[in-house]
Design a protein around this ligand. Sequence first.
Ligand SMILES: [Zn+2]
Length: 84
Amino acid sequence: MKRKILIFLLASVLILFNSCAVINALFGHDQCQYPDCENNCVENCNYCIIHCDKYQVPSNLNSKVDKSIRKQMEQYRQENKKNK
Ligand SMILES: [Zn+2]
């Protein structure tokens, strides 16, 4: 009898944990949707600054800065691909 109670408790804990993970997955809008990416999303995008293709660097930024940011983002993307 004791064993059954223990199994029941263990199952309950597992179900609770699983539902928490599901809820986080369903409502985790703040996290990048890219696999294994834990960065926060940018506005109006389901992805972070690195993975959101919609992201645009503000036009008032110096074009050189703009270029270097894009280059860094590209490098980051390449590194992420390599690590997979
Ligand atoms: Zn990301």
